[in-house]
Design a protein. Structure first.
Lengths: 127, 127
């Protein structure tokens, strides 16, 4: 398998193992010095142990489903359909891989619903 | 050039031509029946002409810069650093290409800053 295929598979495994709460398999995908960032809150977590705890302690009965994963050499991006109870939200996750195919950087975006600005009603339909 | 390389280049060109307001070159990247969606506002725009107008009419002195582009066969994703005046915001853009390398679907996410929830201060640093 080439680098892109391996990293595409690792991005899928990241989502699948988190969804299954298989923390051993999840941890095996991560570099020791993985850095996790959430630019919207300007929060950063350093290192596999803290990042594992963050995921294990994340509150609520959350669920993750892949909408799309795109991999390209040492980078990948995932568009997720996430749910906590009846609340659903899209998420965008950016991955960076090390030479040996471990995840060394994860950047998460959690875009929330908002009201469309006025002035473009002549161009758009709503769903 | 293979399909992934061509589509990676087209995703870059999408950002660059929009930034330069080169609407002719921008339009040349788009399929006639391109569909543009903003899931956060549940807005949809159908067709090249309306989507062009949406971009040409978009208010403010906006600027786009690529932070990362990931291409994979007929799909790509872009992480953008956008600015309107002094306001900056990240954006995540998902692309779908047609057989002939034209953009047939664009899905935009505009994640806004928010305050971090309490309870994870022991795991994170702020920046």
């Amino acid at each position: 398998m080439d680098e892109t295929s391996e990293n595409r598979q690792a991005a899928h495994a990241y989502v699948d193992t988190a969804e299954r709460r298989d923390w051993e398999a999840f941890a095996a995908l991560l570099a020791e010095d993985v850095v996790y960032e959430m630019p919207q809150t300007r929060e950063r977590i350093r290192g596999k142990q803290l990042f594992l705890r963050f995921n294990m302690e994340y509150p609520g009965d959350w669920h993750l489903k892949v909408r799309r994963i795109v991999a390209d050499g040492r980078h990948a991006a995932a568009w997720l359909d996430t749910r906590v109870g009846d609340e659903r939200q899209d998420a965008c996750v950016w991955f960076e891989f090390s030479d040996d195919g471990l995840i060394r950087r994860v950047t998460d975006f959690w875009p929330e619903p908002y009201d469309p600005p006025a002035g473009r009603e002549h161009l758009v339909e709503r769903w």
